[in-house]
Design a protein around this ligand. Structure first.
Ligand SMILES: CC(C)(COP(=O)(O)OP(=O)(O)OC[C@H]1O[C@@H](n2cnc3c(N)ncnc32)[C@H](O)[C@@H]1OP(=O)(O)O)[C@@H](O)C(=O)NCCC(=O)NCCS
Length: 327
């Protein structure tokens, strides 16, 4: 499960300390046939030299590097390249998204990309570009809202020397036109969102283990309720915080599938937390499902940590409890 894997940004010194593990991941991907600049046979020294050069780029402020680590060490990595010409200050390239074959298909690639996109936004970047010759990577980028520009035939070589096509993608990071506003939940568009969220949860868990608040409960005065709207006003997501004496409880976080991968859930949760803090909330709790990987990854990225049950919730395998204390 990718939730047992931690994703974090590392500096040049940490790259030097982890260079053997990073080299292992690069070698594994090249040996697995990935077209990521290198040919077979690839010497270990070549992989180590590559990471030394990356560490140099990080030290010069031209690169940002993330790693994913499980109990055995580094299982994945990705980089943001910002050392671009002076006429492209708003742009960055994504490079070397690598996940070791032993850890694939558990959401690590997705989590690395989301962490990288958050970092790019934090650096003020508004446009990201990448290229890939990998079908799994193409699907991943498309799911995260990247736009495919097209494919250049025979652009590069696979590690075994065969020519391969390469597809180019871009993703605008600006979402200024998107609205997050505090509104009454008692409106048809919100009823529809809540029905979709409930249908999803009841398809996954037994009804007695789904602790869903209905629209009537969400209308209570101690509930902060926010709606995410497209620039044309269409409601595409929602979330709530119930203000309790000791903490605020995050509930009903939902984004329609087509609205995902654009950093909106993060913005929504940040807006809810900020509003709750205006009401004196300094601690946040939530209960969620153990198989809701996207939600669990979001909460972890936003600083929530797992804990035991709180309030009236029973301890049950279909519940994960998390807490975040603000400073
Ligand atoms: C491309 C790459 C980075 C993807 O990494 P990954 O960690 O496997 O990516 P994810 O787990 O996020 O997604 C991969 C698949 O697993 C699925 N998945 C994610 N979480 C899952 C889970 N908990 N259970 C089952 N499947 C899951 C995804 O839906 C996706 O399915 P798809 O391939 O049918 O589209 C990896 O294949 C790789 O390193 N390839 C070699 C290097 C390379 O070519 N990199 C691209 C450079 S541009």
């Amino acid at each position: 499960m990718s939730t047992d894997v931690a994703v974090r940004q590392i500096d040049a010194r940490e790259i030097a300390a982890l260079r053997d593990q990073l080299a292992d991941v690069l070698l594994d991907c090249v040996e697995g046939g990935a077209s990521v600049s290198f040919m077979l046979p690839m010497a270990r020294a070549t992989a180590l030299l590559f990471w030394d050069e990356v560490a140099g780029g990080v030290a010069r402020g031209e690169r940002t590097v993330f790693v994913a680590e499980d109990g055995e060490g580094v299982v994945g990595t990705v980089q943001l390249t910002t050392g671009l010409p002076e006429n492209q200050p708003h742009r960055a390239d994504v490079a070397k998204l690598l996940v070791h074959r032993r850890a694939r298909n558990s959401g690590i690639g997705r989590r690395l990309m989301l962490a990288l996109e958050d970092a790019a936004r934090a650096q003020g970047k508004t446009l990201l570009v990448l290229d890939t010759a990998n079908a799994a990577a193409e699907r991943l980028y498309a799911r995260l809202g990247w736009q495919r520009v097209g494919s250049v035939p025979g652009y590069a070589l696979l590690p075994n020397g065969e020519p391969c096509d390469t597809a180019f993608f871009y993703k605008p990071l600006q979402e200024q036109a998107m609205q997050i506003t505090f509104e009454t939940p008692d409106q048809p568009a919100v009823h529809a969102l809540i029905r979709e969220l409930d249908a999803h949860l009841y398809s996954l868990y037994p009804p007695e283990n789904v602790y869903a608040l209905d629209v009537a409960s969400l209308c209570a005065p101690d509930v902060l309720f926010a709606v995410v709207r497209e620039p044309d006003g269409t409601a595409i997501g929602c979330g709530a915080i119930v203000i309790q004496p000791e903490y605020g409880e995050v509930k009903r976080m939902y984004l329609r599938p087509q609205a995902r991968g654009r950093g909106l859930a993060r913005r929504l949760l940040a807006a809810l937390e900020a509003k709750a803090m205006e009401h004196g909330c300094r601690s946040f709790m939530l209960e969620t499902g153990p198989t809701l990987d996207e939600a669990l990854a979001l909460y972890e990225r936003m600083g929530y940590r797992r804990r035991g049950p709180f309030g009236d919730y029973p301890d049950h395998p279909t519940s994960v409890f998390m807490q975040k204390d603000s400073v």
